[in-house]
Design a protein around this ligand. Structure first.
Ligand code: PMP
Length: 361
């Protein structure tokens, strides 16, 4: 059997280790997962009720067009319904964009390190990948612009960037968008949008009127706490969305996910509460880093990348044995860092206590 040759160089996505697996492996009763930037407070009660209410409908296919959710999100954002595309997580929107715009005749530009699924999907499409190193954790937008040529079809901007948590400032984004040629789609991945507190973080949705070559990605997996239901979306020019829609599976988002997402948008207090607690959680980590003299990137997401100045697999493995699952920086392009999801105040305090053992003086 001959599979596409580019698949042979890829591994399936390596997710954070599952809690049950770690409990079994290390004979632990309590395991805390701070590895996949999930919401430690779960999801809104309204979303949970909507999920229960949907259970009688499981024999019926979902609405492939997500019409009710579409109306809800369009009103929430102040965009037209035809400016939205829904995916099985924003992961799937990334895949759809790649299927629709990348081929062996094109190239695509992205930062490195950044969210790995842009590159993964681009490899599958057989496209040329042009990676531009981050500078001090930030996207080097000028260097990215320099990589664009007539065959470039997509350029990826992850803000806040996973795994650094850094963001692209408003002025820098505007100057960048003014310079990107119109034949290039700029994908602005805002998976952590709801957590951002920085005042100069750009509101990108109003920019869509002026920049028809921008697509914004958002998700219900992070602040909304619905990662298991797999639902995210893209916001962009209606004509472009119409053209890429055929690359979407017919029933790609589930009935339960659509219902939960609609209800979640009715509980914005839940989101502001989580945002507030996340901000305080980040402060716990900043204080720890500053007291211990550790380098870190100030984060606008619900995670923090900390440099322990030693092999990150070593620290990762030792934490795992104690029941804390985090993300080793080795797989993320930061071999001496750990990426830790901000947990509850208590979880943060516990892991910080343990981490003190790993500080090299
Ligand atoms: N973009 C970024 C930057 C992410 O960190 C993630 C999840 N880790 C995603 C997209 C995908 O999220 P989901 O598919 O759950 O919406």
């Amino acid at each position: 059997m001959q599979v596409k040759k580019q698949l042979l160089s890829l591994k399936p996505y390596q997710p954070g280790k599952p809690i049950e697996e770690v409990k079994k492996e290390f004979n632990l009763t309590k395991v805390v997962k701070l590895a996949s930037n999930e919401n430690p407070y779960g999801c809104s009660q309204k979303a949970k009720q909507a999920i229960l209410d949907e259970l009688d409908q499981l024999a019926i296919y979902p609405d492939g067009y997500s019409a009710l959710l579409r109306t809800k999100v369009a009103n929430h954002l102040g965009v037209n319904e035809d400016e939205l595309i829904f995916g099985n997580g924003s992961d799937e929107v990334v895949q759809i964009i790649c299927r629709a715009l990348l081929s062996s005749e094109t190239n695509t530009v992205m930062a490195t390190p950044t969210f790995p699924q842009y590159k993964h999907n681009a490899i599958i499409e057989g496209t040329e990948i042009r990676e531009v190193p981050l500078v001090d954790g930030d996207h080097d937008l000028d260097a990215m612009l320099n990589q664009i040529d007539e065959n470039t079809t997509v350029i990826w901007v992850c803000t806040p960037n996973n795994p650094t948590g850094t963001y692209v400032k408003k002025q820098a984004l505007l100057e960048f968008l003014d310079k990107v040629p119109k034949h290039v789609l700029v994908v602005v991945d805002e998976a952590y949008y709801e957590y951002v507190a920085a005042e100069d973080y750009p509101e990108t949705v109003p920019l869509l009127k002026d920049y028809s070559n921008v697509m914004i990605l958002r998700t219900f997996s992070k602040a909304y706490g619905l990662a298991a239901l797999r639902i995210g979306y893209g916001i962009g020019n209606a004509d472009l969305i119409r053209k890429i829609e055929p690359a979407r599976e017919p029933f790609n988002t589930s009935r339960v996910a659509q219902a939960a997402a609609i209800a979640a948008l009715d509980d914005l207090d839940f989101i502001s509460n989580c945002k507030e607690k996340n901000k305080k959680g980040l402060q716990q980590f900043y204080k720890f880093c500053e007291e211990q003299g550790l380098d870190y990137y100030p984060s606008e997401g619900n995670f923090i990348l900390i440099d322990f100045k030693r092999d990150s697999d070593e620290v990762f493995g030792a934490l795992l044995k104690k029941g804390y699952i985090v993300r080793s920086g080795n797989a993320l392009g930061f071999p001496t860092h750990l990426r830790i999801t901000v947990g509850s105040e208590e979880q943060n305090a516990e892991i910080i206590e343990i981490l003190k053992e790993f500080v090299l003086n």
